[in-house]
Design a protein around this ligand. Structure first.
Ligand SMILES: [Fe+2]
Length: 378
């Protein structure tokens, strides 16, 4: 791959080992010099926050940070982070971390620009008075692809629901994809975020919203991820594999942003909401089974995925290979492992059908078909 290339999307990217050192030049290009860093305690503990702060300090760029982002971030946390930025007079948000930090930064950037509002307001139903301050995304995991799009999935504790925070102005202007920042990711997180990225690419290809452009991104993502994920899982310090995973997740993010996803995500959202399973692990419980369910209409697409994976090009072989890959990175368990019992299957299936992501699946499943998939994994 060509380091430091630009992607033909709306997000400018700086890619390659050491790309983080280009941060000052990116900020100068944007004419921004008061940086609010949004991150989580894990990234701070791993020394990555200190590394970024040192780069900014040596370039004479003022910055402050909010390092308290948690999994499943909510509006109260985002409003607290924005308060730090408002008091500092931030003119740019640097989103540093996994999906939670990147998603949160979108709400933060809107509230900093519109300080009389809560992030709960910015759910695409209103046009903000002012556009968000710009966001620079620096992912430290290779999974969500959140750096490619304008929305973040956020909990609203008042309305007791998840919603999409964001606006047209919250697509990051630049993503810095530096594999050296991801070498400290533990193997289990590498597997969980990596299977998420692979699922994004596979579901993007079979979704009703797939286009020639999204398919181009998705096929390249599968080529990179299917080769690099087992390597990055076994040897986290392998910078080449980490780079291929970062680029693969980014391309899969571009693909899903154009096409949408499908039933694997519908099941995972419902399972996670019911028993708290981590996103990637929930996806892995049913990914091959949903592929089998879809195969009567998606056979040719699965065969083309075989070409991407460098294996014999027929649907059944590809589904087996995806199952083997998930087993190789030790991410695939039965649903019962996470506390899903037969008693919960009906309620979980109902939520799967209510999730808008499911309506993008190539086959509209019935409730009994979803129940059968779930029961086969208990
Ligand atoms: Fe996902």
């Amino acid at each position: 791959m060509n380091p430091f290339a630009l992607t033909p999307g709306s997000v400018g990217i700086r890619f390659g080992a050491g790309a983080i050192n280009q941060l000052p030049e990116v900020l100068v290009g944007l004419k921004k010099n008061k940086v609010l860093i949004i991150t989580d305690p894990g990234v701070a503990g791993a020394g990555v926050l200190a590394q970024v702060e040192a780069i900014l300090k040596s370039a004479g760029i003022q910055n402050t940070s909010f390092a308290e982002i948690k999994p499943n971030p909510n509006t109260l946390l985002i409003d607290a982070a924005a308060k730090v930025g408002i008091e500092f007079g931030a003119d740019v948000v640097l989103a540093l971390g996994g999906g939670s930090s990147l998603d949160s930064a979108k709400g933060v950037a809107l509230v900093v620009a519109n300080p009389t509002f809560s992030s709960a307001s910015f759910n695409y139903s209103i046009t903000p008075e002012k556009p968000a301050i710009p966001i620079i995304a620096i992912p430290t995991t290779s999974g969500t692809g959140s750096e490619t799009n304008s929305w973040g999935v956020i909990d609203d504790p008042i309305r007791q629901c998840k919603f999409y925070v964001g606006d047209a102005s919250t697509t990051p202007v630049v993503a810095i994809l530096d594999p050296e920042l991801t070498v400290g990711l533990p193997a289990r997180s590498t597997a969980g975020t990596g299977i998420d990225a692979l699922t994004h690419a596979i579901e993007s290809l079979t979704s009703k919203g797939s286009t020639a452009v999204s398919a181009a991104y998705a096929h390249q993502a599968i080529k990179l991820i299917s080769k690099a994920l087992p390597v990055a899982f076994k040897d986290g310090a392998n910078v080449d594999a980490r780079g291929e995973m970062l680029m693969g997740a980014h391309l899969a993010g571009l693909a899903l942003t154009l096409s949408g996803l499908g039933l694997v995500h519908g099941v995972a959202h419902s399972v996670s909401a019911t028993v708290g399973t981590a996103h990637g692990e929930a996806l892995a419980t049913v990914l091959p089974e949903v592929m089998e369910f879809n195969s009567r209409v998606s056979n040719d697409i699965y065969a083309s995925i075989g070409h991407d994976m460098g294996i014999a090009a027929n649907s059944a072989t590809v589904i087996s290979a995806v199952r083997d890959l998930a087993d190789e990175i030790q991410i695939r368990n039965k649903l019962s492992h996470y506390g899903v019992t037969q008693d919960l299957v009906q309620a979980i299936s109902k939520k799967v059908l209510e999730d808008s992501v499911t309506s993008n699946n190539p086959i509209d499943p019935t409730q009994s078909e979803v129940e059968s998939i779930l029961l086969s994994r208990i």
